[in-house]
Design a protein around this ligand. Structure first.
Ligand SMILES: [Ca+2]
Ligand SMILES: [Ca+2]
Ligand SMILES: [Ca+2]
Length: 424
């Protein structure tokens, strides 16, 4: 389930609470947790599970592994249960550190002030007892995002809190997280330069719940790195591209001015002259928004006895001033209809680049990334140079209905941004 929490414009003053939360203990991690560290020394304390839970002992061997950014093992250190070990990362490049304390605990402390916990769906941060403050970077063009958590044990739970650096709470959500759940947040203002936000995982208000084991990760739209300081979070701009994460998105459409930039809307399939086309209504609406207050609302309705095997709705933007386009990203509020989605770009020479974005098999907001340098892309027409040439392009969204699908759909589109320039 996606929970969307609107920002309260009348914020409760949390400045006092923010000031009290400084100088925290470093987080305790468990199972497998990955970090990114620059060349530095890292003191890794091994703590037996029995140090907190004296009723049980795990004999798992703690192991600390340094890998280079290509994933090759550089160094593997077998730690000793209950003993601290110092691991050194050498060379000019940051490295990956894989901490595998198993069912026991590890408390890693790099000497460097900049380092990052990896927090992605593939490699979540497995934290014990939560944390008061870790920081993440929200790239330009994103005016919101999602944070996910999973605390599989019954009774073990948590409260996620996203705040601005001045302490204003942006979103919070508490749950037992017995299944993975996402908390969506949106900023009160547009984000044209990129912004650092604070994340906490704290004790829930529900007295029956505690915060103990939890996996935490950032939504796929956010670079999946959590930093100990705001300064280190800002460094994600240069660190993330080293592991293939784009952070330099340029906002193009946010729908906040109320104008509809999708200038042409068509059904693809022609029907006999006496037959009616399905109904559709495409307009800017304030019913839903991923960022700000407005998004594009796309409604389609097919008659009960619709006889065509398929139909396709095409939405063309007006020409957008974009040079050297590589990727398009937008947020789509899905209806789980199973309709197919294609993202097309028509360049200035009328060359068409198609990206197959799969089917709309989700409900709620989710990022759609169309990578026009990927293998699933096809090209036709125009100057045939296979490049998306400016100075202007049209972005086209194509949604395909087939007979077995629901007859009505309402989708929303928001925060369209692009990646341009040379490949990183
Ligand atoms: Ca739980
Ligand atoms: Ca918007
Ligand atoms: Ca071209």
């Amino acid at each position: 389930m996606i929970f969307r929490l609107r920002i309260l414009l009348m914020m409760i003053c949390l400045m006092g609470a923010a000031a009290a939360a400084s100088a925290q203990e470093p987080p305790i991690v468990r199972y497998t947790t990955w970090m990114m560290v620059p060349p530095t020394t890292i003191e890794i304390e091994s703590r037996p599970y029995g140090s907190i839970h004296d009723d049980f002992t795990y004999r798992d061997q703690p192991t600390w592994t340094v890998l280079n950014l290509d994933g090759e093992v550089v160094q593997r250190v077998d730690g000793k249960l209950g003993v601290s070990t110092t691991v050194t990362v050498t060379g000019g490049q940051p490295a990956l550190l894989r901490l595998t304390p198993g069912s026991n605990y590890a408390v890693p402390q790099p000497a460097s002030e900049s380092y990052w916990y990896i927090a992605t769906s593939e490699a979540p941060m497995n934290v014990v007892g939560g944390f008061e403050a870790l920081y993440f970077y929200l790239p330009p063009g994103l005016s919101g995002g999602s944070i996910l958590a999973h605390a599989f044990s019954v009774g073990e739970a948590g409260r996620l809190v996203v705040s601005a650096l001045d302490g204003r709470e942006i979103a919070s959500y508490e749950s037992d997280f017995n299944e993975p759940e996402a908390m969506a947040f949106s900023l009160p203002e547009t984000n044209s330069d990129g912004v650092v936000l604070k994340l906490a995982l704290v004790k829930p208000q529900n007295p029956d719940w505690s915060v103990d084991d939890a996996a935490v990760w950032l939504g796929p739209e956010i670079p999946g790195l959590l930093a100990p300081t705001p300064e280190a979070a800002l460094e994600v701009r240069s660190i993330a591209p080293l592991v293939g994460i784009d952070t330099d998105w340029t906002p193009v459409l946010d729908f906040e001015d109320g104008a509809n930039p999708f200038a042409t809307i068509q059904w693809s399939k022609l029907v006999p002259e006496d037959a009616a086309l399905p109904a559709r209504d495409v307009s800017v609406s304030d019913e839903q928004a991923f960022g700000g207050e407005r998004a594009l609302r796309v409604e389609m309705r097919f008659p009960e006895n619709y006889e065509e095997a398929w139909q396709e709705l095409k939405l063309f933007t007006r020409p957008l001033p974009v040079e050297g386009l590589r990727k398009v990203r937008f947020f789509l509020y899905g209806d789980n209809s199973g309709r197919a989605l294609k993202v097309r770009v028509r360049d200035a020479s009328q060359e068409h680049h198609y990206f197959d974005a799969g089917t709309i098999d989700w409900t709620g907001w989710k990022a759609v990334v169309a990578d026009f340098e990927s293998a699933t892309m096809t090209v036709s027409g125009g100057d045939e140079n296979k490049r998306i040439d400016g100075p202007t392009v049209n972005v086209v969204l194509q949604i395909t209905h087939t007979a077995e699908m629901p007859l009505e759909s309402v989708l929303y589109v928001d925060d369209l941004s692009v990646q341009t320039g040379a490949k990183q």
